[in-house]
Design a protein around this ligand. Structure first.
Ligand SMILES: [Zn+2]
Length: 251
């Protein structure tokens, strides 16, 4: 992984993705009128994965956002909103109508979308057979078509001003991450070579183990009384070479 990708993943684990401060945005989402939240912002744990799939999980007072590092920022923000709405809804609401209506209202209020709840509630449920996921997709599409990315940046710009000590720590971490990546690549290469050599010597060992059976079944040389040299092969004396006369016969 390149150093810029590593840096992006490290920032995402701190809640900064594509220049947006997700924690700061979450505070604004939590304060929306349509959210009807109670209490402070739930604890948010940011994690990453190397794919274009972002997922989330919510409990009443905390949520996890697993950011796919190839996801669009609209996707990430939409999943964050979805999980926050779970936290704000009464227990056991799950993906019911209350949840769906609140999700749509929050998206409209925060991003100036004009989604019509009745239309979205009538959407086909899609392959997951889940209306909330179909609504997620509709919100994401509306975000993209209305170019709300700029709005994210206005609402919650990431401020990457770190103290001198933090910069040094980040540089040390980055150097260690790069070293770890290069060591991993080197040892993976060695592992491949080792696997190839193990196969080669396994085949050779197997060949030499079977060779005495195939080639050295001649277990004894019998010198017959008339000077004929008989070879006992596999328990049967059947090849005979007369050394003196140079002829041969079966014995
Ligand atoms: Zn959900």
């Amino acid at each position: 992984m390149s150093s810029s990708k590593l840096r992006e993943a490290a920032l995402a684990r701190r809640g900064i993705y594509a220049g947006v401060d997700l924690l700061s945005l979450a505070k604004k989402l939590w304060a929306l009128e349509a959210m009807r939240s109670e209490g402070g912002l739930p604890r948010i744990h940011f994690a990453t994965r190397s794919s274009s799939y972002t997922s989330g999980r919510a409990w009443s007072r905390q949520l996890t956002l697993r950011i796919g590092m190839d996801s669009s920022v609209e996707d990430v923000v939409e999943v964050l909103l979805h999980e926050l709405v779970h936290c704000a809804c009464p227990r056991r609401t799950h993906h019911g109508e209350l949840f769906c209506r609140r999700l749509i209202a929050c998206a409209n209020e925060c991003f100036d979308l004009d989604l019509v709840a009745a239309d979205l509630l009538a959407l086909p449920r899609g392959s997951h057979k889940n209306l909330a996921y179909a609504i997620d997709r509709a919100i994401r599409d509306a975000m993209i078509s209305r170019s709300v990315r700029e709005k994210f940046l206005q609402l919650a710009p990431a401020r990457l001003e770190f103290s001198c000590a933090a910069k040094k720590r980040a540089a040390r971490s980055e150097a260690r991450a790069l070293h770890a990546e290069s060591m991993l690549a080197a040892w993976e290469k060695k592992l491949k070579t080792a696997e190839r050599l193990v196969m080669k010597w396994k085949k050779r060992a197997s060949y030499y183990r079977s060779r005495p059976m195939r080639e050295l079944q001649v277990t004894s040389v019998i010198q017959s009384h008339n000077g004929t040299r008989a070879l006992e092969v596999g328990g049967l004396a059947h090849v005979v070479q007369d050394e003196r006369k140079g002829g041969s016969s079966n014995g």
